[in-house]
Design a protein. Sequence first.
Length: 154
Amino acid sequence: VFVDVQNMFYSARQLGGRLDFEKLLEVTVAGRRLVRAIAYVVTAPDVDQSKFVTMLRQKGYEVKIKELRKRIDGSAKGDWDMGMAIDIVRLSESLDVVVLVSGDGDFVDLVNLVKTKGPRVEVFSFDQNTSKDLIEVADAYYPIGEELLRPMGV
């Protein structure tokens, strides 16, 4: 299970909630044997996310952290797309199913590549923030509903 935390955080926030990462893992694994669950987190230098990271680890996720970088022009850059892609390709040969938790259309080519290596690719994401192309290339698409949301501040 590979979770694009920033993509999920902003999608859930648009719906007025927070993703319940414990329920997410239960739903994505659904009776299968979990090999690894990796959560890819981007942190801002001025925001303490240590409690969030600790919670993810307690729920069974391996957490990979990248710090948001400020560019010379003042903009900020921080995403895990390439790191996630490398991990997924590297691990896919030993997996039957790759579960991608993201709606990011940048992963379309990755999904197509992974499928040629054998694993089934399942995508879980919030419907309104999921690339239609990503839905089309996945072997299965599961929209995340309100049952996986927690109210803000809880």
